[in-house]
Design a protein around this ligand. Structure first.
Ligand SMILES: Cc1ncc(COP(=O)(O)O)c(C=O)c1O
Length: 369
């Protein structure tokens, strides 16, 4: 049986040629593609500012610092997310507070989030799970009223919109991931978007050692000062070139993702034991998620049949030893995050995936539920 991969990056010959050109030029970082890539991101998301970074985790870290999170503060995050969301908070000394999620969207539960607010709450990081946008109207209304700064973890949300506005434009920043399984890739890499000039200035400095002047703005070599601590979270220019080409052709990629999502929905629509979110024109369909009670059995069988799938995510973060021990957490307070973790399967979603392969994935799963 021919293997169906979980993920194939959408890299073309043109992309490889461009990356090769940058590598051959010898100008590997600080080059023009970094700004060209950032400009394409601004065009696509309609954000005022974009800063490329070495990963989404790096973007979240410097966003948390720029938001001023520090020891003594609490920052609420969903219990179901990649550990990077929580780590970014903890790097600053602030405490990650976990909120339950809605099932089956996997997005943060507004009801539980409200319960978790204390006098120490300084921030909230939302995650648009699998590309399905959170209800940013309700979240922003609540957070504005309670003076809670919102950051968006947009690792899954390139091409996700809420009421016509691209994800990442609601909170003070949105951090995206370009890891190889993501909608677009730069190998490792990410970008932070913001509409706040002051925040933009802060993250630009934080990403590059705290240096106050970009190379292009220096009057002579060494003409810069360091007034604060910073990191080296830069992306290389050949990664940025790959990202630049990928964003340019992303509209087509996104349209294909929607076509594939509709096919999954059509195939599963009459199947009793498979749950999934209804079709949304606003989702970017990072993956297509389904929820089944006999999930682990299905995972085993799909592996045997060489059909690649993934799980986003299995263990809620309060179950991870580091957080469980540090904060003495119990899963009984995260009912829906636990159900979500036990039942979700992420199905393949990429432009090179053929419709007959989608049908084969569906037929196989339907026989297993
Ligand atoms: C929700 C979420 N946040 C953050 C990250 C971290 O992204 P990166 O690998 O680019 O650091 C991931 C990774 O997949 C993720 O899924």
């Amino acid at each position: 049986m021919k293997e169906i991969k979980f993920s194939i990056p959408n890299i073309s010959k043109q992309d490889i040629n461009l990356v090769g050109k940058i590598i051959r030029s010898g100008w590997l970082t600080h080059g023009k593609y970094t700004s060209l890539f950032e400009n394409e991101i601004k065009k696509f998301t309609k954000a005022k500012y974009a800063v490329s970074v070495s990963s989404c985790t790096a973007g979240l870290h410097i966003s948390c610092l720029a938001a001023g999170f520090k020891k003594g503060d609490e920052v609420i995050i969903p219990a179901q997310t990649h550990t990077a969301t929580a780590h970014a908070v903890e790097y600053t000394g602030a405490k990650a507070i976990f909120s339950d999620v809605d099932y089956p969207s996997g997005n943060i539960s507004l009801i539980d989030l409200k319960r978790k607010v204390t006098k120490k709450t300084k921030g909230l990081i939302v995650v648009h799970m699998a590309g399905y946008p959170c209800d940013m109207k309700k979240i922003m209304t609540f957070c504005k009223k309670n003076k809670i700064q919102v950051l968006e973890d947009c690792a899954h949300a390139m091409g996700s919109f809420f009421k016509g506005v691209h994800a990442g434009n609601f909170g003070v920043s949105g951090s995206f991931s370009f890891y190889p399984t993501k909608q677009i890739t730069t190998g490792e890499g990410g970008v932070v978007i913001t509409n706040d000039k002051n925040f933009y200035d802060k993250i630009r400095k934080l990403k590059a050692f705290g240096i106050d002047k970009d190379i292009k703005d220096r009057k002579k070599q060494g003409d810069y000062d360091v007034k604060s601590l910073g990191f080296n979270y830069r992306m290389t220019d050949f990664q940025a070139a790959l990202g630049y080409n990928q964003v340019k052709k992303y509209k087509k990629n996104l349209a294909t993702r929607h076509k594939i999502a509709k096919r999954y929905i059509k195939n599963f629509s009459k199947v009793k034991n498979i749950r999934f979110m209804p079709y949304s024109k606003d989702s970017s369909y990072f993956v297509f998620q389904i929820f089944c009670k006999n999930r682990d059995n299905i995972l085993r069988e799909l592996k045997r049949k060489k059909i690649g799938v993934s799980v986003h995510y299995s263990n809620p973060l309060p179950k991870m030893t580091f957080y469980k021990k540090k904060y003495n957490l119990s899963l009984k307070n995260f009912k829906f995050a636990s159900i979500y973790g036990k039942r979700n399967i992420s199905l393949p979603m990429y432009p090179k995936l053929k419709i007959n392969e989608v049908d084969k994935i569906c037929d196989t799963i339907i026989k297993l539920v």
